[in-house]
Structure formats: structure tokens, C-alpha cells
Design a protein around this ligand. Structure first.
Ligand code: A3P
Length: 319
């Protein structure tokens, strides 16, 4: 690891058997006690399943397609990220040079503590909140208040590929290791937010008992308008064709990639390095074909069958 990475990269801890960062583990009691409000909308996903895309769609639906209103703040600030807690260091770039002040004492590097909880508590209703928590770790108040929840799932292989590149570019994530190592970690659930398999299955099961709209990244790519309509209906919003088309256009990968309020270039500066791999990377289905070797793919498929044998959940790995 480089000097820069030693300072930033987090290690994994466990909360009830699920891997989370040390920082999330340190505030776990507060996360669990979070007070949801009845009119909160929750967007829940496994990391890299299309969270940001869904957040933009939901905001545009809520704002009746008003682009300017959606640009009031960055994605990160519009929708509190429930469990996220990151101690942000001062900018790493100082007078054009990299600045590593006081490496002996990391505490001096930390100037700002922001937790998703604080952001959420300070936000007036109605709130839209983001989480990557597996279903069993969702604070109970969301169930008690019967909040609307939109869950988005993405096929395992594309989700893994996207997560790998995200680990490379985001220093708040643990070190991904090599591609081979990361595939192994993903398959064994030894990654931040735990097992993908348990995550998608757990939320799938929960949708029978709770107000959950369960969506798929692949469906959104195939027919964004149809899926946006599902979201609008779930949120009880009646939108004209004109507004719907406007939302389809403004939430397309190409437009969002150029939108500084949605592409993560305004937050986490010095933590996310878009020159390593941009946050808005490819936005396609089946990029896994450019990453998995034939042998890796066979091994993955075999293991997948076992892990997914106890669910009716079916994914498409290409369109
Ligand atoms: P890739 O890395 O495969 O490109 P999350 O928001 O959950 O972190 O997910 C990020 C993934 O969603 C990235 O996938 C990103 O490119 C993709 N994405 C973001 N906005 C998108 C959009 N409007 N359409 C399609 N994919 C999008």
C-alpha cells in the first residue's frame, strides 16, 4: 500500500456477522436506534446495484421532473446515506502538491465527522434515505413506521465487477487486492456490507410482508420508462408523458455522467479518484464478460447455483 492508502483504507469489522467498516461498527448502536418517520422513502441496495441512478429517478419523480430542483445539491447531500460515517481528512491537494500533514497522529488529519444519521435527523420531511444494509440489519423503526422501500438488485457478476472498480477508485473502501482475490472475497461475502447472495435473497423475502418495490438494474436498462413508471406509481405520483420522457432522458447514463450533482465529482474529493476508474464507469449489462476468465466463470456459476438454490429470485446476466 502507498502512504496515501495507509492513511485512508479501512479495515472490515463485523456487526451481527456482516462485514462493515470500523467507522460504521463504531456508531452501530445509533444506527440501530434510528427513528424513521412514516413518510420516509428508503432506497435500499447492495452497493453498486444502481443506487445513484435510482436516487436520481426518485428525486426527479418527487420534483415532478424539475431539473433545477434536482440540482439543489449533490446526490450525497440530497439523500442521507443512513449508516455511512466517514471521518473526512482535509483536502489532500494543497497548492497543487500533495499534503500529508502530521502522519504520526492521524487524529490531526480529521477535521470533519459527518454521519448519515446526523444529516437525516436534520432534514425536514419528507425525506428520502439511502442504505446498503442487508434486510436483517435495517433499523426496526422502518418496519414499525411501514415506510415505502425501493430495493434495486443487479446480477451478481456485473455487481461484482462494478464493486471491484469502485474499491480501486475509492479510498474509503478496503483494499480490493487483485481481481482474483476480489472475486474470492465477493463469493465468500468478505466484503463491505457482506454477502451479495444473502442481501438480494433477504430483501426478496421481505417484500412479501412489507411495502417494498423490488426492481432490477437489467430491467431499468432494458426499458427505463417502464421502470420509472413503476416507481412513480409506487410513490403515488401521476406524471404526464412529457415529464416521464424528461425523466428518462435526464437519468440516462450519458446525461448523469456529465451532471456534477449526480456523478460524485463534488463529494469525497481526495477519497474518490475518478482517474483510476470514474464513478460513472460504464453503466451497462454484461460487462462481466470482459472480466471473468472461462475457468472463473464456471467456478462462479457452480457456486452461485448452490447459494441461490433456496430462492425463487432470478437474474438476467445479459440483455
Ligand atoms: P458500473 O461500474 O458497472 O458502470 P451505485 O450507484 O449503486 O454505486 O452503482 C453504480 C453503478 O451504477 C455503476 O456501474 C454506474 O456506472 C451505474 N450507473 C449510474 N448511473 C447510471 C445510469 N443512469 N444508468 C445506468 N447505470 C448507471
Amino acid at each position: 500500500l502507498s502512504l496515501e492508502e495507509t492513511v485512508m483504507r479501512s479495515e472490515l469489522f463485523e456487526v451481527k456477522g456482516v462485514a462493515v467498516t470500523q467507522q460504521i461498527a463504531s456508531i452501530w448502536d445509533q444506527v440501530w436506534k434510528f427513528k424513521a418517520r412514516p413518510d420516509d422513502v428508503l432506497i435500499a441496495t447492495y452497493a453498486k446495484a444502481g443506487t445513484t441512478w435510482t436516487q436520481e429517478i426518485v428525486d426527479m419523480v418527487q420534483q415532478n421532473g424539475d431539473i433545477e430542483k434536482c440540482k439543489r445539491e449533490t446526490t450525497y447531500k440530497r439523500h442521507p446515506f443512513l449508516e455511512w460515517f466517514i471521518a473526512e481528512p482535509p483536502s489532500f491537494r494543497y497548492s497543487g502538491k500533495k499534503c500529508y500533514c502530521n502522519l504520526e497522529n492521524n487524529s490531526h488529519l480529521i477535521i470533519k465527522h459527518t454521519t448519515g444519521l446526523e444529516l437525516a435527523e436534520a432534514m425536514p420531511s419528507p425525506r428520502t434515505i439511502k442504505t446498503h444494509l442487508p434486510v436483517q440489519l435495517l433499523p426496526p423503526s422502518f418496519w414499525e413506521q411501514n415506510c415505502k422501500i425501493i430495493y434495486v438488485a443487479r446480477n451478481a457478476k456485473d455487481n461484482l465487477v462494478s464493486y471491484y472498480h469502485f474499491h480501486r477508485m475509492n479510498k474509503a473502501m478496503p483494499d480490493p487486492g487483485t481481481w482474483e482475490e476480489f472475486v474470492e472475497k465477493f463469493m465468500t461475502g468478505k466484503v463491505l456490507w457482506g454477502s451479495w447472495y444473502d442481501h438480494v435473497k433477504g430483501w426478496w423475502k421481505a417484500k412479501d410482508k412489507h411495502r417494498i418495490l423490488y426492481l432490477f438494474y437489467e430491467d431499468m436498462k432494458e426499458n427505463p420508462k417502464r421502470e420509472i413508471q413503476k416507481i412513480a406509481k409506487f410513490l403515488e405520483k401521476d406524471l404526464s408523458q412529457e415529464v416521464l420522457n424528461k425523466i428518462v432522458y435526464n437519468t440516462s447514463f450519458e446525461v448523469m455522467k456529465e451532471n456534477p450533482m449526480a456523478n460524485y465529482t463534488r463529494d469525497f474529493q481526495g477519497i474518490m479518484d475518478h482517474s483510476v476508474s470514474p464513478f460513472m464507469r460504464k453503466g451497462i449489462v454484461a460487462d462481466w464478460k470482459n472480466h471473468f476468465t472461462v475457468a472463473q466463470n464456471e467456478k462462479f456459476d457452480e457456486d452461485y447455483k448452490k447459494k441461490m438454490s433456496d430462492t425463487s429470485l432470478v437474474f438476467r446476466v445479459e440483455l
